[in-house]
Design a protein around this ligand. Structure first.
Ligand code: ADP
Ligand code: ZN
Ligand code: ZN
Length: 818
């Protein structure tokens, strides 16, 4: 009898691939173990065992695997089920889910580039012979492909060697280099071996009489050793002996002190030990908690709607406490951007080392570490706080999932596949574990609230701020009138300026929201009307004054700002519209004594860019913070009393059925940053259209009004949540081919789905990176069997792929597109 495995390859293959294994391997291999396999002519991939069987493939000869990479599964059966659901629901392949789900350090393949880790001192004795060969080659060559490594060590399969080297931090993978990862080494000291006896120590101290500083250090070390058992950090010794680095260094050189390094677990948290008492809830919070527990009893997902600063986080913390008391794991999901030190510190205050963090700004190794901790159910990974990718960790017994800020559209992965919604995938995961799932928001998404209305979800609400702090007072100003009366200074109305002045006088802080970065979105010649466009995309270039550049926000193309019009040569260039840069500049002119800062994509690059600004603002080193929607996410600043929204119209006038819902959420969330402690906060919204229904609803905090109106429209036009939507995007560099192809596909879809097919239509930006785009929408009745619908679509795609002139056209599915 022959033995085979079906494996998941981390590439978009529709089917699992079959390899041959030995009888011995068949006896102990289980799903979730990684194997190195050959693929195509010369590729090597890391694949995941999916099933073990004895049926040879029909259409090809199964190759043998190269090697088994794990002793035990790194992916468990629940995960595989979950992946399968994601692949089928979001119309992608299991391989695409695999690639997204695991840290890329788990996916070494022939094309992976490995580099030397310059930050680590390698002890060559710790390396095995084959490891040493690779290490040595990297001394002469800056990077090596996995294939090249194979030649160096003269064997086919080198992934195990590379995995070992990765574990020892001797090598890095190419992509990691951008994150400038450094293993965290802490420096410790102890007394040199020779001085361990009391006599020796005495004679040492005697010999140091002429070096009082040095003897002070030795005494301090002695004292520290007496009082604490733990190793002594150099920094602690410095403090305790009131001396300098130089003195300690001198002692080390003399051999009196011995220096050593301990590599701290990078994801271990230093600082608070989790001893803070969990706050007792106030009556509103208690009753919300009861409602939530009630719906958990009924095994329903629960939605907690609590106004900004009502104390939702404290309710989550209670639930987490209960969950981990019962020995289960808890997952706290947040939009990437809301994952601030503020919140992490708050959780660690309560739960200390039980909290681990997982998100994309973490380096590869940090992610691997968290993965392994969750896999082996370590206590320090009992509570995971993370962005959407934290959904994929190898949980074995999740008891609770919290999806905070559930309305956030960044929970949906846009590119690449799987284009999944982390909230919805979390609910499915919760089901697989029998875990409770809580969604939380001040401004729930229409679909979640609809699920409450239709009794699919349970519901709890808190409509007062904690401590009875009043909701901010929201005032609308009419930009049309202000302009007519010539009351505007730059882009600021008289009212907003008055309030800024008052707030600064009271030594309080201000947030100004403008949902556009850069200086101005359009540069235009006032003589001929020409405005510079991106050569690769159908958009105008945005002016960034700081670098005197015109930049494309879609592809990153940039060029220096020209002095004269490129079309007619006139020096009459003017800007239209405004972004955060321009607002900050105006503020600096209007309030030269105030300290301003900007928070947008341009100022927050790098691992800590975002944190730095938040910390500076928290510590009141900044008076006015200008920013894009990054400002909206769950930040809790004590001293902010004024929020200004520069231009509400740009949020409202968006050609999308969700524009109004989004505008309501965004403005309510930004407004929620004001007056969170004692005083009632103030919010000024500037608009040319202050009588707009949504603005009224924002200013009166009328979520129900907004919901009723929006759901009525969705019902009228058959948009989600009433129907499902699948968006199919076609992409090609040739305009005509794209149009024909999209037409063909849409027509075939219409044959099956009739009127439910919309398009093809160009998106607002119809060409990105030289690829033309066209969309088709299919509105799917909730009563239809979704899997049959998808099968029909896939069938059409297969016929489509058989047409030779459409071969290069990419077809991208986005299920529940938002
Ligand atoms: P939300 O998550 O709804 O925006 P938070 O949980 O951040 O609100 O609570 C707002 C503020 O009120 C925080 O500073 C929090 O520490 C405080 N707070 C909330 N609940 C309690 C409580 N039960 N006891 C003491 N302070 C609380
Ligand atoms: Zn011109
Ligand atoms: Zn571009």
């Amino acid at each position: 009898m022959q033995h085979f495995i079906n494996v998941v390859l981390p590439i978009p293959l529709e089917k699992l691939f079959t390899y041959r294994i030995s009888k011995a391997e068949a006896e102990w291999l289980t799903p979730g173990i990684r194997v190195a396999v050959p693929f195509g002519k010369s590729k090597i991939y890391t694949a995941l065992v999916y099933e073990i069987h004895t049926t040879p493939p029909e259409v090809y000869d199964a190759k043998e695997i190269h090697e088994v990479l794990d002793q035990r599964p790194i992916v468990n059966p629940i995960q595989l089920k979950h992946w399968k659901w994601i692949a089928s629901y979001y119309m992608c392949t299991l391989g695409e889910v695999f690639r997204t789900a695991v840290p890329s350090a788990f996916l070494l393949e022939s094309e992976t580039l490995v580099l030397k880790n310059k930050d680590i001192q390698v002890n060559e004795n710790d390396l095995r012979d084959d490891e040493f060969l690779v290490f040595e080659a990297l001394q002469h060559q800056s990077s090596l492909k996995v294939n090249e490594v194979a030649t160096i060590v003269d064997r086919k399969n080198v992934l195990p060697i590379l995995n070992r080297l990765l574990k020892k931090s001797v090598i890095l993978l190419k992509e990691e280099i951008y994150e400038q990862y450094r293993p965290k080494l802490v420096r410790y000291v102890k007394l040199g071996k020779e001085y361990l006896s009391e006599e020796k120590l005495e004679s040492l101290l005697a010999s140091l009489t002429r070096a009082p500083k040095q003897s002070q250090v030795v005494l301090a070390l002695f004292q520290l050793q007496a009082t604490q058992k733990a190793p002594i950090k150099v920094t602690d010794l410095e403090k305790a002996s009131n001396s300098s680095k130089a003195v300690i260094k001198a002692l080390v050189e003399k051999g009196v002190l011995e220096e050593y390094f301990i590599r701290t677990d990078r994801v271990v948290y230093e600082g608070n030990d989790g001893n803070s008492e969990i706050k007792s809830l106030n009556p509103i919070q208690k009753s919300a908690l009861d409602d939530i527990l009630q719906s958990f009893e009924e095994q329903k997902v629960s939605l907690l709607q609590g106004v900004t600063s009502s104390g939702k986080t404290e309710v989550y913390i209670k639930l987490i406490e209960q969950s981990i008391l019962s020995g289960k794991q808890a997952l706290y999901l947040l939009p990437e951007i809301a994952l601030t030190t503020q919140l992490i510190a708050r959780l660690r205050d309560y739960f200390g080392e039980k909290v681990s963090v997982y998100h994309s700004k973490y380096s590869l190794n940090e992610r691997v570490e968290v993965w392994n901790n969750v896999l082996s159910m370590e206590a320090k990974a009992q509570i995971i706080i993370g962005a959407r990718s934290a959904l994929f960790l190898p949980y074995t017994n999740l008891g609770l999932i919290i999806v905070d800020e559930e309305h956030e559209s960044s929970f949906k992965q846009f590119d690449p596949a799987p284009r999944y919604h982390a909230r919805d995938a979390a609910i499915v995961l919760g089901n697989l574990h029998g875990a409770n799932v809580l969604l939380g928001s001040a401004t729930p998404s229409i679909e979640s609230f609809y699920n409450v209305q239709t009794h699919k979800y349970g519901y709890a609400s808190m409509n007062r701020r904690f401590g009875n702090v009043l909701m901010p007072d929201i005032e609308l100003t009419d930009l049309k009138e202000q302009t007519r009366k010539r009351k505007m200074k730059g882009h600021f109305s008289e009212r907003l300026l008055e309030e800024i002045t008052e707030t600064l006088d009271a030594n309080e802080q201000i947030i100004i929201f403008q949902n556009r970065r850069g200086y101005a979105p359009i540069v235009e010649c006032t003589t001929c009307g020409h405005s510079p466009q991106c050569p690769n995309c159908d958009v105008s270039l945005t002016y960034h004054q700081y670098r005197k550049q015109l930049r494309c926000h879609y592809c990153g193309y940039h060029m220096a700002l020209q002095e004269t019009c490129q079309a007619c040569g006139s020096p009459t260039l003017d800007t239209k519209g405004f972004g955060t840069e321009q607002i900050q500049e105006e503020l600096q002119e209007l309030f030269p004594n105030a300290k301003t800062a900007r928070m947008d994509l341009d100022t927050t690059r790098g691992k800590h860019g975002y944190e730095k600004i938040i910390t500076a603002f928290e510590q009141q080193e900044i008076d006015i913070l200008v920013g894009t929607q990054m400002l909206t996410k769950g930040l809790d600043f004590r001293n902010v009393n004024l929020v200004g929204i520069m231009n509400a119209d740009s949020l409202l006038n968006f050609p999308d059925y969700r524009a109004h819902e989004r505008a309501f959420q965004l403005m309510t969330q930004v407004a929620g940053r004001a007056g969170r402690t004692k005083k009632r906060g103030k919010v000024i919204i500037q608009s040319y259209n202050p009588y707009h229904q949504i603005l009224k609803q924002v200013s009166t905090n009328d979520y129900m009004g907004m919901y009723s109106e929006q759901i009525y429209e969705r019902q009228q036009y058959k948009y989600p949540p009433v129907n499902r939507i699948i968006k199919i995007t076609f992409k090609h560099k040739n305009f005509n081919i794209l149009n024909e192809a999209a037409e063909w596909f849409a027509k075939s879809l219409r044959n099956v789905f009739g009127e439910s097919v919309l398009g093809p239509e160009y998106p607002p930006v119809a060409r990105i990176r030289n690829q033309y785009l066209k969309n088709v929408l299919i509105k799917i009745n909730r009563d239809w069997a979704i899997s049959r619908t998808k099968d029909s679509i896939k069938k059409i795609e297969r016929s489509f792929n058989a047409i030779s002139q459409y071969r290069g056209v990419r077809v991208i599915y986005n299920v529940d597109h938002i």
